[in-house]
Ligand binder design. Structure first.
Ligand SMILES: [Zn+2]
Length: 155
C-alpha cells in the first residue's frame, strides 16, 4: 500500500484521472498544460507523472513516472493500480471534477441542490468545498462502484 502517493496526469489521461479520483487517489489534471509545466508541477509537488508520451519521459528533469501504454481507460487504471495500489478505504472521498477532498455535509444544507427523492432516501452527503458539487451514496452509478471494488480487491 502506498496511499500517500499523489499523481499528475498528462492531457491524454483525463478519463484515467477521473477513475483514480473515484478510488480516492489524488490526481492533478490540467488541460491545457505543456510538457515543461507538467514536469515542473511533478517535481514541485512530488507527484508521480502519469503519461502516454514516450518523448516526455525522456526529457531532462523527469522524476518518478509511469508510462501508460494501454489505450483503454480501464486497462490504464489497472496498470496504475498494479504499481501503486491505492488504500481501499478512500473510495468516493474526493471530488471527481476537481480532485478536492469531500467534506461531510448536513442534510438541510443540500435541501435545494439534490433531487427530492435523493434528499429523502440518501443517508449521507458530501460536498466539494472547491467547486460546490454535492455527492451522495448512489450518485455514482452502481456499475461504476462495482468496477471500483473489483479493482481494489485485485490490488
Ligand atoms: Zn469539486
Amino acid at each position: 500500500m502506498c496511499p500517500d502517493r499523489t499523481f499528475v496526469a498528462d492531457m491524454m489521461l483525463g478519463r484515467l484521472a477521473r477513475w483514480l479520483r473515484i478510488l480516492g487517489v489524488d490526481v492533478l489534471y490540467l488541460n491545457p498544460v505543456d510538457d515543461r509545466e507538467l514536469i515542473k508541477i511533478a517535481r514541485r509537488d512530488r507527484r508521480i507523472l502519469l503519461t502516454r508520451d514516450t518523448r516526455l519521459v525522456q526529457r531532462r528533469g523527469v522524476g518518478e513516472h509511469l508510462l501508460i501504454r494501454e489505450n483503454k481507460p480501464m486497462a490504464q487504471l489497472e496498470a496504475v493500480i498494479r504499481v501503486y495500489p491505492p488504500a481501499p478505504d478512500r473510495i468516493l472521498t474526493r471530488c471527481i471534477r476537481c480532485n478536492t477532498l469531500l467534506t461531510a455535509t448536513e442534510k438541510p444544507d443540500v435541501r435545494d441542490e439534490v433531487p427530492e427523492y435523493i434528499y429523502h432516501t440518501a443517508s449521507g452527503f458530501g460536498r466539494c468545498r472547491q467547486c460546490g458539487r454535492v455527492y451522495w451514496e448512489g450518485s455514482h452509478c452502481r456499475r461504476m462502484m462495482e468496477t471500483c471494488r473489483r479493482y481494489l480487491n485485485q490490488a
